[in-house]
Design a protein around this ligand. Sequence first.
Ligand SMILES: NC(=O)c1ccc[n+]([C@@H]2O[C@H](COP(=O)([O-])OP(=O)(O)OC[C@H]3O[C@@H](n4cnc5c(N)ncnc54)[C@H](OP(=O)(O)O)[C@@H]3O)[C@@H](O)[C@H]2O)c1
Length: 221
Amino acid sequence: MNVLIIGASRGIGFEFVRQYRAAGAHITATAREEAALARLREHGARALRLDVADAGSVSGLAWLIDGERFDVVVVNAGVFGPRTSGLEAPTVADFDVVMHTNVLGPMRLLPQIAEALAPGARVAIMSSQMGALAGRSNPASWLYRASKAAVNSVMKDAALALAGKATVISFHPGWVRTDMGGAQADIDTSTSIAGMRTVLASVKPGDTGSFFNYDGQRLDW
Ligand SMILES: NC(=O)c1ccc[n+]([C@@H]2O[C@H](COP(=O)([O-])OP(=O)(O)OC[C@H]3O[C@@H](n4cnc5c(N)ncnc54)[C@H](OP(=O)(O)O)[C@@H]3O)[C@@H](O)[C@H]2O)c1
């Protein structure tokens, strides 16, 4: 199996690398810093430098993966942005970092990745239940929520554009103990990624455009 993980320096992305390598997959993984790239190489991945919020960096991806045919792609890189509780207006700088990383990044990456998919490939975008409008009862961190609602729309359009070529889904990985999720989160990365790998192994073309919890449960928008 040939796997591409975008945003793999730590947390959820790194655990995808660790588990897919343990399962014998060939991995290409991206990070921004040299130390993270070296750690990915130590773990047997082909490591590529990529900043998803940098247009020049993303535009170089296509030739770096030219000739590859990925069976699984995980677009994982993301930032949380300001932790707000109500209607605190974001600064332009915060808005740009969160939206450029979580939304514009995938919109620039997906066209390049589309050229490097194996027949029947599975593409997962790391979203969040915090982006769901259904059942929302708390406005905390509304900039992050808006970015994940937007990336679910991006996922849906990618699913339509790649119909017949790839199954495209988004995930809520659970509330996971990472730098972003914090020490109080519900589950560890091992549980979250094991669940998502099981979902990725079992999704069918008819599932394209769906939003899944890490345990395989379908989520409302
Ligand atoms: N943890 C949770 O409970 C939870 C819940 C729902 C959704 N998620 C989503 O899951 C994904 C991973 O989260 P995590 O918990 O693993 O977070 P994390 O520990 O904060 O790691 C974030 C990852 O994204 C990378 N990244 C951030 N900005 C980037 C950029 N401009 N270019 C390339 N890579 C960039 C980071 O790389 P650097 O090391 O270079 O910064 C790091 O690898 C995110 O999309 C997040 O929104 C997480």
